[in-house]
Design a protein around this ligand. Structure first.
Ligand SMILES: Cc1cc2nc3c(=O)[nH]c(=O)nc-3n(C[C@H](O)[C@H](O)[C@H](O)COP(=O)(O)OP(=O)(O)OC[C@H]3O[C@@H](n4cnc5c(N)ncnc54)[C@H](O)[C@@H]3O)c2cc1C
Length: 474
């Protein structure tokens, strides 16, 4: 085993892959690979970043780094919200952002085969142009990559009806630490041969291997969609409307909720004039046969009215629907623009506990003095709890206060039978909180699983699971 340190690795990789593939020390763009969209004030510059163009290049980087014992952190588009792509131990960032080929879209088999760097929204446009549909729709779809989506098992508003990324990944090609390339999974609609390595790989946040190709399931594109915005006086009224709709047999593709703090931050920007007493909104979207749209909208409208909606707005045409969606889409950027610190947690509680969870978040806010805005995928119980502050994010006291409040939110979530993350992942920012939810026994089995794929522990070290002596502190 050679003992060259990470310090010389950029030169070695340049000789192997060519200098155009490597962003080395001193390069002005290198710092970009030490950041992502997580709310961490510091950044973690790697020794170098490698922009791979092929499976062979990915395998070569993993072989060379294993030989030289250099840590490697896989990275897609860097839109992750929990620090999964941050090279906290230095070494090499292996980016798949240049692997953007859509190799095949097959309407007969209802599959596509793509490289990991394809931008999710681009893939959706391409398949929709052929009358097909790739449902997972993270709000970041205009800039996140499909490889990152599989690595985090990304979800989105449409998950309520169509499920999350895992349900669409049929086959994978992955490169492992050391350079071995493995093709697993299938192209068929069904298949149970052997153990399901693909399902086991999805959601591992770049800790098992680097995804170099994906075979994805597609659906026929729904012929029509309709969107309804219901405005309520408070969260319990909105929650009652949601329960009533679901009990009535409606199966919307989207069921989103936002609280008063979220609404108050978009009032001035939204084209829709929110009523003064708006305390919660519900956004519902249905799809399917064009003839059924009017009936479904009527059902939703009646349920909202019966449960005391202050206003109900419906849209069937694409432009009108975009206008209705605007209110929901404005929330996150408006909060980000208004505060210096925005810790966006994405806890998930059983559907029946949503209203109670929002009440508990109010309690955390009252106890800590931290403003909380909550919105998200109510249909799945997946709530984006945003902890907001105008204070300096680099101040350790501010950091302690914000993460102390986040910890209280996690504790309430677990008490209600929920989970720490519904879609963003664990990455770096939440790894120390995993013991709140999982037993040491369960964590230890996962450590064994990680060791099987990456015995050297060099691939994305320090992510997903707590260290053996967890302090549950950031
Ligand atoms: C405004 C905004 C809105 C968002 N909305 C949503 C949402 O609705 N739903 C949702 O789920 N997420 C959302 N996210 C979070 C983020 O976009 C997703 O987690 C996304 O899946 C990350 O993709 P990426 O390509 O940016 O991956 P990165 O951030 O680059 O990496 C994320 C993780 O995946 C690993 N990884 C990346 N590529 C590979 C690969 N080829 N092989 C192996 N591992 C890899 C990394 O090591 C890291 O652990 C949002 C983020 C932002 C900024």
């Amino acid at each position: 085993m050679k003992t060259a340190t990470a310090a010389g690795i950029a030169g070695v990789l340049e000789r192997e892959l060519g200098s155009e593939a490597v962003i080395g020390p001193g390069h002005e763009r290198l710092d970009d690979y030490g950041r992502d969209e997580s709310p961490l004030p510091e950044f973690f510059p790697p020794e170098c970043a490698v922009l791979c163009q092929s499976t062979e290049q990915v395998a070569a980087v993993l072989r060379i780094c294993k030989e030289r014992q250099v840590p490697v952190t896989p990275r897609g588009a860097g839109s992750g919200m929990c620090g999964g792509a941050l090279p906290i131990k230095g070494g090499v960032v292996l980016s798949t952002e240049k692997m953007q080929r859509i190799k095949e879209i097959d309407p007969a088999d209802l599959v596509c085969v793509v490289e990991p760097g394809v931008i999710t929204g681009v893939l959706q446009e391409q398949v929709e142009a052929q009358g097909l549909f790739y449902p997972p729709d993270p709000a970041s779809l205009e800039f996140c990559s499909i490889g990152g989506n599989a690595a985090t098992n990304a979800g989105g508003p449409r998950a309520f009806k169509y499920g999350v990324t895992r349900e669409y990944v049929l086959g994978l090609e992955v490169a492992l630490m050391g350079g071995e390339v493995l093709r697993c999974g299938r192209r068929t609609a069904k298949g149970v041969t052997g153990y399901d390595l693909v399902a086991g790989f999805v959601g591992t946040e770049g800790t098992f291997g680097v995804i170099t190709e994906l075979t994805l399931k597609l659906l026929p594109k729904p012929q029509a969609a309709a969107t309804v915005l219901g405005v309520f006086a408070n969260v319990p009224a909105a929650g009652a409307a949601i329960s009533s709709l679901l009990r009535g047999g409606l199966r919307p593709r989207v069921l989103e909720l936002a609280d008063k703090t979220s609404i108050d931050h978009i009032r001035a920007k939204s084209r829709y004039r929110f009523p003064e007493n708006a305390g919660a909104i519900v956004l519902i979207e249905v799809d399917g046969d064009p003839d059924s749209m009017a009936v479904q909208m009527e059902k939703i409208g009646v349920a909202c009215d019966e449960l005391g909606a202050i206003d109900v707005l419906g849209a069937t045409e694409a432009a009108e629907r975009r206008a209705v969606w605007e209110a929901r889409r404005l929330i996150s950027p408006s909060l980000k623009a208004a505060y210096r610190v925005k810790v966006n947690e994405d806890v998930c509680v059983p559907r029946g506990r949503i209203v109670e969870m929002l009440a508990r978040v109010d309690r955390v806010s009252a106890e800590t003095g931290i403003l909380c805005a909550v919105f998200g995928h109510a249909g799945d119980g997946n709530l984006h709890v945003n902890l907001l502050s105008h204070d300096d994010p680099a101040d350790p006291a501010v950091r302690e206060k914000m993460w102390g409040a986040a910890r209280r939110v996690f504790e309430h979530t677990i008490e209600l039978g929920g989970t720490l993350s519904g879609e963003h992942g664990i990455g770096l920012t939440k790894r120390d909180y995993v013991p709140l939810e999982q037993s040491e026994q369960v964590i230890e089995w996962q450590r064994k699983w990680k060791t099987m794929w990456d015995p050297s522990g060099l691939l994305n070290p320090g992510k997903k699971l707590p260290g053996r002596k967890s302090s549950c502190s950031e």
